[in-house]
Design a protein around this ligand. Structure first.
Ligand SMILES: CCCCCCCCCCCCCCCC(=O)SCCNC(=O)CCNC(=O)[C@H](O)C(C)(C)COP(=O)(O)OP(=O)(O)OC[C@H]1O[C@@H](n2cnc3c(N)ncnc32)[C@H](O)[C@@H]1OP(=O)(O)O
Length: 231
């Protein structure tokens, strides 16, 4: 998965598509905002029956904000290659994004991301399912790290194109109950050369509890790098 991700990122297939959205206006949104699928693949960022009332309410809030132009929903497929407009056949090898690797709704990572260009901000409405348990009844810290890394990284990608995580620092302040709804609120703080500094929080759906704080350093991949890895 890592090699695939790295190759995709270095190859520009995924991020070229993403950056073209951020720099050239709405055209790629034809692909990103289709109601339920892109290239025939399911868009997991759309609500399903396992979403709680709080998760649905937050989703609707950002969906409404999207209608007036400030935010855009980020489609989510269960394989990296499905994010590509002209994905080449991948042969018989089946890969899955770590956050979309379960076949049952509601038990793993349920989430939907929205991006605000002007604020360089990516938010993720996240509902951790029962298979993400760490301490009894609470979400595993590694899962919280994963959703933070994904949200911070997605925000960095929209600003800077191809990036990989170099450093992730997390302070776990309050445990996240399984089945609860939290908002992962991330932004790009500054860009220095190839280094993209990001910061984020995980808060309860009503903003009353600060669960987690994080910073992430992402490195823009060197365009001259050639990945000689093979499958
Ligand atoms: C958008 C919607 C979604 C759709 C999307 C579709 C799906 C698409 C998959 C996405 C899924 C998400 C996934 C999450 C993100 C991962 O999980 S990424 C996976 C985890 N990360 C890794 O495996 C990275 C492993 N590390 C590396 O490959 C290399 O170390 C790096 C990060 C590419 C950097 O290597 P490099 O290009 O050789 O850069 P290098 O010259 O060493 O350093 C450049 C600069 O950064 C600094 N630096 C490098 N590392 C560090 C560090 N750890 N600490 C501090 N400074 C550092 C250097 O000091 C240097 O600074 P300057 O000298 O320029 O001031």
């Amino acid at each position: 998965m890592l090699r695939l991700c790295s190759r995709l990122l270095r190859g520009g297939a995924v991020i070229g598509h993403l950056t073209s959205w951020s720099h050239t206006g709405p055209s790629p949104l034809r692909c990103f905002s289709v109601s339920h699928s892109c290239h025939g693949h399911r868009d997991y960022s759309l609500p399903n029956a396992t979403w709680s009332r709080h998760t649905q309410e937050l989703y609707r809030k950002y969906e409404e904000l999207s209608k007036i132009g400030a935010w855009r929903r980020i489609p989510s497929y269960n394989s990296s290659v499905h994010h590509m407009a002209d994905a080449p056949p991948r042969g018989s090898r089946v890969t899955r994004l770590f956050t979309r690797n379960l076949d049952q709704d509601g038990v793993g990572f349920e989430y939907s991301m929205f991006y605000n260009v002007a604020e360089k901000r990516m938010i993720c409405i996240f509902q951790p399912g029962d298979y993400l348990e760490g301490p009894p009844g609470y979400t595993h810290g590694g899962c919280i790290a994963t959703i933070l890394d994904s949200t911070l990284g997605a925000g960095a990608m929209y600003i800077c194109g191809k990036v990989m995580t170099a450093n992730l620092n997390i302070n776990y302040l309050n445990p996240v109950p399984l089945g609860s709804t939290v908002i992962v609120d991330c932004h790009v703080e500054k860009v220095e050369g190839r280094k993209v500094y990001t910061r984020g929080q995980v808060r309860s759906h009503d903003d009353q509890i600060l669960h987690t704080e994080a910073t992430g350093l992402f490195i823009k991949l060197n365009m001259r790098e050639v990945d000689h890895s093979t499958d």
